[in-house]
Design a protein around this ligand. Structure first.
Ligand code: AMP
Length: 417
């Protein structure tokens, strides 16, 4: 199928050509036609599948030319807001529609100015949107299309009450699109009240890139993790590397250690200002930094092409985060590898991950690395085969999600808004 078959108007097709998209991705193929028909959509898809264009293109085509904000995209993080804004600007290049993003962590002035100049499509993080609305700077009374992007992450970050408040500010008659990497009962809970007979599109399971990625676990004592990272970066052919740590503190520490070894790196986490985060991301994209060190909370939306390796410096607390982390590599069919440093305290976390992905990950020692002591994984480690949570059009099947405690980092994000 080509973009020409989807019912998109000429100016959008021209923009698609200018963006160099030759063929629609599966989510675009399946979401654009119902989106253009004005239907509500529930899409189960991760970042990296092309979902942004899948909702932006129908929005731009259906928007009409009344004054005011006609489409609203709500997304959990600033990075995602910036990325969606970029895609929307590229897509609207020949239509003249005005796109703006509002998000926390930066001054109000430029955002208020842009709003006053007129906006057709607004991309927003929940807190800043409500702030601006409370100050009377945003009129949401003309919104006829709403996208809730990364709904599961908004839930995890405690934004759901804000999202509900936002929904109450919108006109009742509108098209709704809900996108989420995973579908839990809570995420789906919004359907009953908000969505009207949605088209259901489930891209996540097949697109879960786990199979395409070479995965290795390196058991190592926690004190030697930094040393092992530096060793790999110096000795092995690791080109553009995304490193994940459990906390922002650890992210900064890893960066400092790499700096001492003359390895160019930058950190991206919720403790850094918006401009620091953007500078880190830009430096990584341009190749100035070989390594980007990130925490889970901001990493979800990182969309950087040709990441050769994802290194889990720490095993994530939440097994789903492992899938999101490693999905940053092997984009668009390119090869990629995910290396996980496993300290003895983290073996439980690894078992949870293996249960989620339904396979056992290969364990190896790094050749030429001087281990202080050897951490030998049990040879009989067996992955518990548990099906992934799948939304199959009605009931949920598969693994039960553990109730999550509100994380400290979610609290911090809430404050940072
Ligand atoms: P997303 O999942 O929306 O974050 O998109 C991930 C990446 O895929 C972005 O860099 C897009 O520019 C790119 N992309 C989206 N659709 C296509 C397409 N049809 N062909 C090639 N690249 C695409």
């Amino acid at each position: 199928m080509s973009f020409d078959d989807l019912g998109l108007e000429k100016r959008l097709l021209k923009a698609i050509k200018a963006m160099d998209y030759s063929r629609p991705t599966p989510i675009q193929e399946r979401a654009i036609p119902p989106g253009l028909a004005g239907r509500d959509i529930v899409g189960c898809a991760q970042t990296g599948t092309g979902k942004t264009a899948a909702f932006i293109l129908p929005i731009l085509q259906r928007m009409g030319d009344n004054r005011g904000i006609k489409a609203l995209v709500v997304t959990p993080t600033r990075e995602l807001a910036v990325q969606i804004d970029e895609v929307a600007r590229d897509c609207s290049r020949f239509t003249g529609q005005r796109v703006t993003a509002v998000y926390g962590g930066v001054g109000y002035g430029p955002q208020i100015k842009a709003l006053r100049n007129g906006v057709d499509l607004l991309v927003a993080t929940p807190g800043r949107l409500l702030d601006l609305n409370g100050r009377g700077d945003i009129d949401l009374g003309r919104v006829k299309m709403l996208v809730l992007d990364e709904a599961d992450r908004m839930l995890d970050m405690g934004f759901w009450p804000d999202v509900r408040r936002i929904i109450r500010l919108l006109p009742g008659r509108r098209q709704n699109m809900l996108f989420s990497a995973t579908m839990s009962r809570q995420v789906l809970g919004v359907i009953g009240s908000t969505l009207n007979n949605p088209a259901r599109i489930d891209i996540a399971p097949s697109a879960t890139p786990v199979e395409a990625i070479e995965q290795v676990v390196y058991p190592v004592g926690s004190r030697q993790k930094s040393e092992l990272l530096a060793h790999l970066l110096k000795e092995k052919d690791l080109d553009r590397v995304l490193v994940f740590t459990r906390t922002r503190h650890r992210a900064d520490r890893v960066c400092r250690t790499l700096g001492r070894q003359k390895i160019r790196s930058a950190a991206i986490h919720s403790g850094r200002t918006q401009s620091q985060r953007q500078a880190a991301l830009d430096g990584f994209k341009s190749g100035r930094h070989r390594v980007l060190v990130a925490t889970d909370i901001v990493a979800r939306g990182i969309d950087v092409e040709s990441i050769s390796h994802v290194i889990n410096f720490d095993v994530p607390n939440n097994p789903e985060d492992y899938v999101h982390r490693i999905g940053r590599t092997a984009r668009a069919g390119a090869g990629g590898a995910a290396l996980t440093f496993l300290s003895p305290e983290e073996t439980g976390g690894l078992r949870d991950i293996e249960a989620l992905i339904g396979t056992t990950i290969r364990c190896e020692d790094v050749e030429g690395f001087q281990y202080d002591y050897r951490v030998i994984p049990k040879p009989d480690r067996q992955a518990r085969k548990v099906r992934k949570l799948v939304y199959n059009g009605g009931a949920l099947s598969g693994r039960r999600r553990r109730p999550r405690l509100p994380s400290r980092s979610a609290g911090r994000m809430a404050k940072a808004r």
